[in-house]
Design a protein around this ligand. Structure first.
Ligand SMILES: Nc1ncnc2c1ncn2[C@@H]1O[C@H](COP(=O)(O)OP(=O)(O)OP(=O)(O)O)[C@@H](O)[C@H]1O
Ligand SMILES: [Mg+2]
Length: 391
């Protein structure tokens, strides 16, 4: 609704996807070309130190400047923006409510939400989407989403400071779902249970997807920055230098695997291994929860696959490391190999370098082209009920 209206106001409106991260800000615009979705603009700029704190934008003006530079350098004249929120308190949960019409659902949801949302109504924003609107069963399956203002507001202000009008604030998890599952050319993904594991700087974000349906999220505050701290301590250097070491001389290996690495990678690998193990433990917790809740419902066990993205997915040997510990097949996601997104105007080696960073921004940009911009706020397609509603 809102978008159609805005389209009319602005005439030839096009929306640009902006992913504001702790280390870098990513921009993407796509266009549909028959069955193909083609990247028309793409760029990435460094986030100034201190502009984000624990995933929240604390200096909107400076982030706005980076976004403005990106718009300029990519030649974008978009005035509308789609972005995604990273919030460790994010609620994205499927609930069942008695079937009712839209107006009475709008009245009921703030009350229904109270038992699911750990913060007060004035501290955050709430939205929802009916997942089975065509169903006539007495219960409705509703995806309830809530995020705190402190995670949302700074992002909105940064986009506005860049001269953009935010029209969609998605959750990172739904952007990942779109790029990694819905945009996949492989229909088998819709028969499988997958865990999307996105390892950035401040956060590791997970989304469990059961046969194409969003099941539950998990967000943990341990990712690339934790590795930088471990490396800074091990090498007695500052975090900037530690990050350079991580990006150029580290790999994923436990003690028993260190001998497999070239000597210059061994010390860094040893330093970051406890951080990786924490990520493994949190991922395992999600996998265990999935297995136990689905087994209780008499369904299938566990995940068929873990799909990894985010800047840390560039770490050498990461897939092997995770696979050996999670006992589940692990694959590193590549936006330009594993989706229907095409980028014929870009150099393949540039695409290979950029791909690990782009899964969120691509999921936002795809939202436009996949549904002609018609998705409601949450942006998850209609789906069937899960075998259980995860608590
Ligand atoms: N080769 C590499 N090995 C390990 N980590 C890497 C490598 N290259 C980049 N990274 C790390 O990836 C992280 C950046 O990834 P990404 O862009 O996904 O995060 P972000 O979106 O900026 O952060 P967040 O979403 O957590 O706020 C940085 O910590 C960076 O050092
Ligand atoms: Mg990020």
């Amino acid at each position: 609704m809102a978008r159609n209206l805005l389209d009319r106001i602005f005439g030839e409106a096009s929306a640009v996807a902006i992913d504001i991260g702790s280390t870098s800000i990513k921009l993407m615009e796509c266009r549909s070309d028959g069955d193909r979705v083609v990247v028309s603009r793409m760029g990435m700029g460094p986030t100034p130190p201190g502009a984000l704190l624990n995933g929240a934008v604390v200096d909107a003006l400076i982030v706005g400047e980076v976004i403005r530079d990106l718009l300029r350098s990519t030649g974008s004249n978009a005035r509308l923006a789609l972005s995604a929120v990273t919030d460790p308190s994010l609620v994205a949960t499927r609930i069942q409510v008695p079937r009712r019409d839209d107006a009475s659902l709008d009245k009921a949801m703030p009350f229904e939400a109270r038992s699911h949302v750990p913060f007060g109504a004035e501290e955050g924003q709430l939205t929802w989407q009916v997942l089975n609107p065509r169903d006539t069963s007495p219960q409705m399956e509703v995806l309830l989403v809530a995020a705190r203002n402190e995670a949302i507001d700074g992002r909105l202000q940064a986009l506005e400071a860049a001269g953009l009008t935010p029209v969609v604030m998605d959750a990172v998890q739904f952007a990942l779902l779109r790029s990694q599952v819905y945009a996949s050319p492989d229909p088998r993904l819709f028969e499988r249970t997958v865990l999307l594991l996105h390892i950035g700087t401040a956060f590791t974000e997970m989304a469990v997807v059961w046969r194409g349906c969003f099941a539950f999220p998990r967000i943990v505050p341990i990712a690339g920055a934790g590795m930088d701290q471990a490396l800074a301590a091990a090498f007695s250097v500052d975090v900037e230098e530690a990050r350079r070491i991580k990006e150029t001389r580290a790999a994923a290996a436990g003690l028993e695997e260190l001998h497999l690495l070239p000597e210059e990678q061994q010390q860094a690998a040893q330093a970051i291994s406890p951080v990786l193990d924490e990520i493994v433990r949190d991922t395992q917790t999600s996998l265990n929860f999935l297995a136990s809740s689905f087994q209780m419902a008499g369904g299938e066990a566990g995940a068929d696959e873990v799909i990894v993205s985010g800047g840390v997915s560039r770490l050498p040997r990461l897939a092997e490391y995770l696979q050996a510990r999670l006992h589940t097949p692990v694959r590193i996601f590549d936006v330009f190999r594993d989706t229907r997104l095409e980028a014929p105007d870009y150099d393949p080696s540039f695409l290979a370098d950029m791909s690990p960073y782009l899964s969120v921004v691509a999921g936002l940009a795809l939202r436009e082209s996949m549904a002609g911009g018609a998705y409601p706020m949450v942006g998850v397609p209609e789906s069937q009920p899960l075998p259980v509603t995860p608590a």
